[in-house]
Design a protein. Structure first.
Length: 174
């Protein structure tokens, strides 16, 4: 089973009471489907305390993500999924709206997806938006970008650092 982990830190922090937005998620393979292999992102939004009528909007690249399905969010939130490429070239979205002040960030937050052939999950851009009671945008509170390191990238980096340390030790002794 393939698995990726991601940590996201806010790239831009703006006014509105949100000092730092941090999102983590794990991606795993769910299984085959007629449209390709289905994967699942399971999110941890515990570091994003949403207030009433604040929306967390995760965007999915339309050149990589083919479909989004089975979005899940616990009580206290309203969730909408927008398909990538609907209309053509539009980003997909996992849009999470707080229905009360600081709803519990515990429980399952997830979305299933398929990728275009030869693609890998990539980082997701996100925003935290303050909406009015009618759903109109008042302000963007925070912006950020997640990144998804390939599983072997971390090990390669550790191996390279270890090798560099050995070379330095070898040169000292020579």
């Amino acid at each position: 089973m393939k698995q990726w982990m991601s940590t996201a830190l806010a790239a831009v922090i703006m006014a509105g009471g949100l000092e730092a937005a941090s999102i983590t998620y794990v991606t795993s393979e769910v299984g085959p489907s007629p449209g390709g292999i289905v994967y699942r992102h399971v999110f941890d939004f515990s570091m994003v305390p949403l207030m009433l009528n604040q929306e967390l909007n995760l965007r999915f690249d339309p050149g990589i993500y083919q479909t989004l399905s089975n979005g899940v969010a616990p009580a206290g939130y309203d969730l909408l999924l927008f398909q990538p490429n609907s209309p053509q070239g539009a980003e997909g979205a996992y849009s999470l709206l707080a229905l009360v002040n600081q709803p519990a960030p515990t429980g399952m937050f997830s979305v299933d997806f398929t990728l275009f052939s030869g693609s890998s999950p990539n980082g997701l851009r996100f925003s935290v938006n303050q909406l009015d009671a009618n759903g109109g945008l008042l302000d963007t509170v925070a912006l950020g970008l997640t990144n998804v390191p390939e599983p072997n990238t971390w090990w390669f980096g550790c191996g390279a650092a270890f090798f560099a340390g050995l070379m330095k030790l070898y040169r000292r002794r020579s």
